[in-house]
Design a protein. Structure first.
Length: 291
């Protein structure tokens, strides 16, 4: 079976770019440089830059390989301050990163697109695309956002959505297939569901106690299939035909090397349907944020 590594993308949200050394005595910038170097050599496609301040973005711009091998994706700030401020911030991000064009610019959430500020934001994203600042525009959604209805209304090029071995809601209800049929690129995120598969049951957050038996069963099925949670999570996400890209976040070069090794292997032959959670608390991103 052909490797699905070409669908793997990298998120920078877990990068730490301050000057303090990490737990192994290395500078965090050196760790980030190694992560980007490994990602470039492996041919990872999308690089999502998010969750950083001005100084960290400038540092990241210094660390990016040249010529830039990645299709960079940026998210805008919230639209409340008006489209001029949104565009100015996007241009400033690009300047700090040292790029003249990015692959995509995303609205940070579906809720940001409704109302007058949201419409002004979307119109400005269209204008920035027309001006050549990016090739594509899109939006990040949750399962509860009616992504298909959103796509019909705004016609984004990309929808970034959660999807994982444990959270299969948008696959089961046909949402991701419908988006792909509409010509929308689907980028899967949260494929590890906050590391839930890797947590021992006794260390699961309180709001996940009711799902603990289901998670334990998924781990047992993975072990019986002679796989491991990392390979299973990646194999599930990368093998989804609806997904154009699968985003992962790592905090170290060792983590990325492990991800690439797992993603380079054929997906394990497992009963994916038996591993899906149906517990609302376990799948609610707001519960995770509060935990």
């Amino acid at each position: 079976m052909t490797s699905l590594l070409h669908k793997l993308g990298l998120g920078s949200g877990q990068f730490s770019l301050d000057q303090a050394p990490n737990g192994r005595g290395r500078s965090r910038e050196a760790e980030a440089r190694d992560i980007l170097s490994i990602a470039a050599r492996a041919g990872l496609s999308v690089f999502e830059v998010t969750g950083h301040g001005v100084q960290a973005e400038a540092a990241l711009g210094q660390l990016l390989p040249r010529p830039n091998p990645f299709r960079i994706s940026l998210s805008t700030i919230r639209p409340d301050r008006g489209p001029d401020v949104v565009e100015a911030e996007v241009r400033a991000k690009m300047l700090r990163l040292g790029v003249e064009q990015v692959e995509s610019i995303l609205a940070p959430s579906a809720s940001d697109l409704f109302g007058a500020p949201g419409l002004a934001l979307w119109n400005r994203l269209q204008a920035m695309k027309d001006a050549g600042l990016c090739r594509k525009i899109g939006v990040s959604v949750y399962a509860s956002d009616d992504p298909v209805g959103l796509a019909r209304r705004f016609k984004p090029d990309i929808v970034q959505a959660p999807g994982s071995l444990l959270d299969q809601r948008l696959l089961v209800d046909g949402t991701l297939a419908a988006l792909a049929d509409m010509g929308v690129e689907v980028h899967l995120r949260s494929i590890f569901l906050n590391g839930l598969l890797f947590l021992p049951p006794d260390r699961a957050p309180t709001h996940l106690k009711s799902a603990a038996s289901r998670i334990s069963r998924a781990r047992r099925l993975i072990a019986e299939g002679r796989s491991d949670p990392l390979q299973a999570a990646l194999g599930f996400a990368l093998s989804r035909p609806e997904a154009s890209a699968v985003l992962v976040g790592v905090a170290s070069a060792a983590e990325l090397s492990a991800v690439i090794a797992a993603a380079s292997s054929p997906p394990p032959d497992l009963d994916w349907d038996e591993m899906a959670l149906d517990d609302p608390a376990a799948l609610d991103p707001h519960q995770w944020a509060a935990a």
